[in-house]
Structure formats: C-alpha cells, structure tokens
Design a protein around this ligand. Structure first.
Ligand SMILES: [Zn+2]
Length: 104
C-alpha cells in the first residue's frame, strides 16, 4: 500500500514590518527551554530577516520520562509578564526566575 507523504508546513509568523508571512529559516538551541529561531519575510520587496525566541513555558501533559533538572509550572493558561496577582502561599510552582532560561 502506498501512502501519500504530506509536506510538513513550517511554522510561520507575521513580519513586523510589512505584515507578510515570515518563515523559519534556521534555529539554534540555546538551552533545554530556549531555542532561537531565525525568520525571513517572504515578501521579496521587504526581505526582513529577524530572530525570535521559542521558550518552553509550562507543562500541559507531564512527561513519561521527565528530566529532573527541568521544572515547569503546570497549566493550560499562562500568566502574563505584567500579572502581579499574588500566587497563593500553598502553590508550589517554582518562581519564574527558577524556570527562566538564561541566554548565553
Ligand atoms: Zn516583511
């Protein structure tokens, strides 16, 4: 039986200058939780090349083979960076500083 191979589509975002599609060209691992992506705008008249960070921020389904060095908060929703709502005292989530990757 012959199976049809589908071409994987690469993730893309909008170019911040011209709002056209910008596709990932390369990526580089910075740490277990951080990968830096290099995008190029597909509008030939623009040609903007830029970098963006892809950061693992939380666990939705726990790993079956967890790395003890990786500690991520659980949850389906993320707290925004400017959310100053205090976390209840009985919440054992690690502080943001403990999970934030340190760029090199
Ligand atoms: Zn552009």
């Amino acid at each position: 039986m012959k199976t049809k191979r589908r071409r994987a589509s690469l993730p893309s975002i909008t170019c911040p200058h011209c709002q056209s599609v910008a596709a990932i060209r390369t990526s580089e691992s910075v740490s277990e939780l951080l990968r830096q992506l290099r995008f190029r705008c597909e509008n030939d008249e623009c040609g903007h090349v830029f970098a963006a960070d892809l950061v693992v921020v939380r666990t939705i389904v726990p790993s079956a083979c967890p790395n003890p060095l990786i500690r991520l908060p659980f949850g389906r929703t993320a707290r925004t960076a400017n959310d100053d709502t205090p976390i209840p005292a009985n919440d054992d989530r690690p502080a943001a500083a403990e999970i934030a990757p340190t760029p090199s």
